[in-house]
Design a protein around this ligand. Structure first.
Ligand code: AMP
Ligand code: MG
Length: 407
């Protein structure tokens, strides 16, 4: 039996970064950037108006530099009307202005824009009621990104903002890490797929769908291979279909029961064990092995043990395969809102809820921590991490937390 930190390190050490592939920008949500990318174009590409109004020489709006208080209104001659998408060939001279729309390039000569709300049009003239300084209400060329500047670094998870930035910087096809191919196998004679007849002594397959979903959420290309029965031949048949997978995840059958055949069958199929049993709760019987570059996880069958150990071991493996900058799950700290008494001996991961909205993040454990209670996962957003030697933790004590909501 090994400690959690050592087990996690062994998993991460076995993960080899996957190669890159290039995909259209529109298909990059949730993907991982394979390398640093630079802005191909300046963002914005030209100095532009940030308001609908009038492009002016700012000094013209401050006749006499009256200092504080209302400046005497300036009256300027409007020499052109400039919508977004058009460039002016004129130059704004002293006493002149160009009517300009948001997004239009600032004409030569002008150094600021007066908002339309601060003006009154009068024929070919405009009266400016508020003074502006150079740079007011304009966006400078390259102020977001200079051409050639690093826009995003390799390992970045691509979300909506990153995708927007890549688009702005001129990227139409993006180098991303190939998705890890992951195979999920549920095991157990008593397990029945949703939609099939339940029968006496049978239980629904919760882990197959949940683990497949977790893998997809983590960015893997996950295939669900169905239920293997607690027979060597049945397990072997499913395992034979996992040859091309980067990661194999099995649930159930890794404990010490008479029908827990997973470990032996994995070894028979060429999987080299790296560890079996970690000093954690839930999830003690978790197994990890490798077959060449393939990483194989045997997770305990109890639904919450399965989900928690996926989160603790498989999720970081996927992150590492993808070359993610942040290897999950995301950790933080919080303060216990209630005292907790636990049996010492194993590091514990309590399903926890975040409570209140104060300046300090407060957490409480979900009432029922039994590993069969899947509802606890639905109502928890974090795992509260308790050190192995903890027996009683008072309210107000700071604890480590792991976010379980996909981040
Ligand atoms: P095992 O790890 O195979 O000993 O299973 C531990 C407990 O988890 C048993 O009560 C199983 O019935 C249950 N279990 C195993 N696999 C699943 C599954 N795929 N979905 C729901 N419960 C399961
Ligand atoms: Mg079983």
């Amino acid at each position: 039996m090994i400690e959690f930190a050592e087990a996690r390190a062994l998993v991460l050490a076995a993960a080899r970064r996957l190669p890159a592939e290039t995909v259209p920008l529109a298909e990059t949500l949730g993907r991982t950037l394979a390398r640093d990318v630079k802005a191909r174009e300046a963002v914005p590409p030209f100095t532009k108006s940030a308001m609908d109004g009038y492009a002016v020489r700012s000094a013209d709006t401050r006749p006499g530099e009256a200092g504080a208080g209302l400046p005497p209104a300036a009256v300027l001659e409007v020499i052109e009307d400039l919508p977004a998408g058009r460039t002016s060939r004129k130059e704004v001279g002293p006493g002149q202005a160009v009517r300009i729309m948001t997004g239009a390039p600032l004409p030569r000569g002008a150094d600021a824009v007066v908002m339309v709300e601060d003006t009154e049009a009068a024929g070919r003239m405009v009266r400016v009621r508020r003074a502006v300084k150079a740079g007011d209400n304009i966006g400078l060329a390259g102020e977001d990104l200079e051409k050639g500047e690093t826009a995003l670094v390799g390992g970045a998870l691509l979300g909506p903002a990153e995708i927007g930035l890549l688009a702005a910087a001129g990227w139409a096809r993006v180098p991303v890490a190939r998705r890890p191919r992951l195979a999920v196998i549920a095991t157990g004679d008593e397990i029945v797929e949703p939609g099939e007849r339940l029968g006496r002594g049978r239980i629904r397959n919760a882990n197959g769908p949940a683990l497949t979903a977790m893998a997809r959420q983590a960015g893997a290309d996950a295939a669900y291979l169905g239920i293997a029965r607690d027979k060597n031949a049945s397990l072997a048949a499913r395992l034979a279909r996992t040859r091309g997978a980067d990661v194999v995840v099995l649930s159930g059958g890794v404990s010490v029961g008479d029908y827990d055949l997973v470990k032996a069958e994995l070894e028979a199929s060429g999987v080299k064990p790296v560890f079996w049993k970690v000093r954690i709760k839930p999830g003690k019987p978790v197994f990890f092995g490798v077959r060449g570059r393939q990483m194989v996880f045997g997770l305990p069958g109890n639904p919450t043990s399965s989900l928690v150990t996926f989160w603790l071991f498989v999720r970081p493996a996927i992150d590492r395969l993808l070359g993610r900058a942040a290897v999950g799950p995301e950790a933080g700290t919080a303060v216990l809102d209630t005292a907790i008494a636990v049996k010492p001996g194993r590091m514990q991961f309590l399903r926890g809820r975040i409570v209140g909205r104060g300046p300090v993040l407060k957490v409480v454990p979900y009432e029922d921590q039994r590993s069969g209670v899947l509802r606890s996962m639905v109502h928890s957003r974090v795992l509260i991490v308790l050190p192995a030697d903890a027996s009683r933790l008072e309210a107000g004590r700071e604890v480590e937390i792991l976010y379980t909501d996909g981040r």
